[in-house]
Design a protein around this ligand. Structure first.
Ligand SMILES: [Zn+2]
Length: 353
């Protein structure tokens, strides 16, 4: 499969619709296609309609892209594959402008590709952080309007961050006595989200959404979090501003990388869709030691995700949506059963290459 490939090898491997389809079939039915209608396993890929697979026993046709991020897309599959490969393996990710140049598609197409792929970078069943977790918040400047980022003309977004603290020796989290230094550690998984303000309520809601009860929370100690005291072990550190990178090194480092990434790749984030950018950053950060396989993860996740429409992205109802069906799906990572609301929409704007 697509492990550790250069972009040339990758593009050669996925040059034709047929090879892309074969890859998708392998992802969706790792033990071989089983007909959802008659449960038999004899099938044929249709030559005339390459995204369809037909049951040889009952004639049922299944789409290999239904329910995926590529659902109902008119773009060649190779364009999706190449975009996913670039976004997953490039160390800084890709902006729509960069993708436009790399793939030779229109800006609108590149933009929608990045939006859709970025939304498939979150596993809906991802586990909560646990063990020892740093909690911190930071202000990130964002770009106003369509101009390039200028420090004098920027808004501020408040971001909360949570980072697991892992002992290097044992590769596991080990809570220490309160106030003890966490030397010899590295950062584990990261979570980031926009928060409305710096109040205890906002930060508590972020912690509850991202950290397992029982975990030890290391904070900068400027605020108290009364709502968390019964469910978490709070280890606040009272420090001056200068020492924040010493007591909360891992969230501090993540925020610094986030700011650099936002400026380098996007010339400053915009406030729209901010959480999807944060999710992209977190996806890449949490896979920083095995970037080459994250393409498979990304497509694997994408294959088992709900389809996302243009209307979801711009946050408006599809005026021509016809009906909604519920379809059970298996999530690859968590192994849980999902019930995906699959919208049978007809109103997706045409995407052209
Ligand atoms: Zn069948």
């Amino acid at each position: 499969m697509a492990k550790g490939h250069s972009i040339q090898e990758f593009q050669t491997e996925f040059l034709e619709e047929a090879s892309c389809t074969a890859f998708l079939i392998k992802c969706r039915w790792p033990d071989g296609f089983v007909c959802p209608a008659c449960s038999k396993a004899r099938s044929v890929a249709l030559k005339s309609r390459p995204r369809l697979i037909e049951c040889l026993d009952c004639g049922h046709q299944a789409s290999v892209t239904a329910g995926t991020v590529m659902h109902r897309s008119k773009l060649p599959l190779k364009t999706w594959f190449w975009a996913a490969h670039l976004m997953a393996t490039h160390s800084n990710g890709m902006s729509a402008r960069q993708l436009e140049d790399q793939l030779g598609v229109t800006y609108k197409t590149a933009w929608l590709l990045t939006q859709k792929l970025r939304r498939s970078m979150v596993n809906p069943n991802r586990d909560l952080l646990e063990g020892v977790v740093e909690i911190d918040q930071a202000e990130i400047p964002f770009r106003v309007g369509d101009t390039f980022f200028e420090p004098g003309n920027a808004g501020k977004i408040l971001i909360a961050g949570a980072a697991e603290v892992i002992d290097r020796k044992t590769n596991a989290a080990k809570p220490r006595r309160k106030g003890a230094k966490y030397l010899g550690t590295r950062s584990g998984r990261l979570r980031l989200a926009e928060i409305a303000d710096n109040t205890a309520e906002s930060i508590e809601a972020f912690v509850r959404a991202n950290v397992k009860p029982g975990a030890t929370l290391i904070t900068d100690g400027h605020a108290s979090f009364p709502g968390l005291s019964s469910d978490y072990r709070h280890d606040p550190r009272v420090v001056g501003k200068m020492a924040a990178h010493i007591v909360l090194p891992w969230t501090h480092r993540a925020f610094a990388l986030l700011k650099r990434w936002a400026l380098g790749t996007y010339h400053g984030l915009r406030s729209n869709h901010i959480n999807t950018y944060l999710d992209e950053f977190v996806f890449r950060y949490n896979r920083r030691f095995y970037r080459h396989i994250s393409f498979e993860t990304l497509l694997g996740l994408a294959v088992h995700r709900n389809p996302i429409t243009y209307w979801d992205i711009i946050g408006r109802a599809n005026p021509r949506k016809s009906r909604i069906t519920l379809k059970p799906m298996i999530d690859k990572d968590g192994g849980h059963i999902l019930h995906s609301a699959q919208t049978q929409d007809v109103g997706e704007p045409e995407l052209t290459g």
